[in-house]
Write a protein that binds this ligand. Structure first.
Ligand code: SAM
Length: 258
């Protein structure tokens, strides 16, 4: 199996150290998605982590097996071969990974569903900004709300293209995700996802107009009754100013009407 065209290997020692030092990994099971040439794997092993690597590209395995033969023999390193968005994942507490950008969204939500203590993840800078954006910020959208409903997102560092070989066309950024309970309990997860998706597909419109789109899922009558039940001041707002808690409350009040 070969990985898609996002093979950019980190060659900046300072960035490697900062990523490996972002959370204490000693004696912990650390999932590393896409070890590549093993630069981050080596830094994690040096810090006493039990690295549980998942690598799609079988062409990278001979080098990894040569470089880490002792750690593979002792069990400090295991390598699962396959697509991290689909394979059964090994047991882990933490995640530290320079992610393949093509699966950023899929793998982030899979990890949040599986559960972990902390994840230190490298993304394309634009994606990381959207993950971490606060209400009112131009980057705030569906990705921000869906992620921040489940986790705190801390922006750690930006990494320029020249820190990689070959250099990608875009900047990268590292964020730390810490899962936690939603700010308000979510009564109906599907309704919450539907509301957030629908509202942000018309982000320039007012909430009142955005919410009308829900009639294709929940029917015209129920949607109209829901909109009529909302505070008029709230309906005049644009979606990008609503907090995560407000989105949850909005979907909870619609769920209560069904
Ligand atoms: N960690 C290395 C580094 O920092 O230099 C490599 C990072 S490189 C951006 C992404 C890595 O993810 C590559 O090793 C690639 O083969 C692997 N990869 C790509 N798609 C994958 C997938 N779906 N599942 C697991 N690994 C994948």
């Amino acid at each position: 199996m070969r990985a898609p065209n996002d093979q950019h290997f980190l060659v900046d020692d300072d960035a490697v150290e900062r990523i490996a030092d972002a959370v204490p990994v000693f004696d912990r099971d650390v999932l590393e998605i896409g070890p590549g040439g093993g630069v981050l794997t080596a830094a994690l092993l040096e810090r006493g982590a039990h690295v549980r690597a998942v690598e799609l590209d079988t062409g990278l395995l001979p080098n990894l097996e040569r470089r880490f033969s002792d750690e593979l023999a002792s069990g400090d390193l295991t390598i699962t071969v396959g697509d991290a968005s689909k394979v059964e994942l090994p047991k882990f507490d933490l995640v530290v990974a320079n992610l393949p950008y093509s699966i950023s969204s899929k793998i982030t939500f899979r990890l949040l569903e599986v559960g972990f203590e902390k994840a230190v993840l490298m993304y394309q800078l634009e994606f990381a900004k959207r993950l971490a954006a606060a209400p009112g910020n131009g980057d705030y959208g569906r990705l921000s709300v869906m992620t921040q409903a489940m986790a705190d997102v801390e922006f750690l560092l930006e990494i320029p293209p020249e820190s990689f070989n070959p250099p990608p066309e875009v900047w990268s950024a590292v964020v730390v995700l810490t899962p936690r309970a939603p700010p308000v309990p979510i009564d109906n997860q599907k309704m919450f996802s539907d509301v957030v998706r629908e509202v942000f597909s018309h982000r320039r419109k007012t909430l009142s107009n955005c919410l009308k789109g829900l009639s294709s899922i929940y029917g015209k009558e129920k949607t109209a009754a829901f909109i009529a039940s909302c505070e008029p001041e709230l309906l005049k707002k644009r979606p990008e100013v609503l907090s995560v808690a407000e989105f949850i409350e909005l979907s909870n009040s619609f769920a209560a009407l069904l």
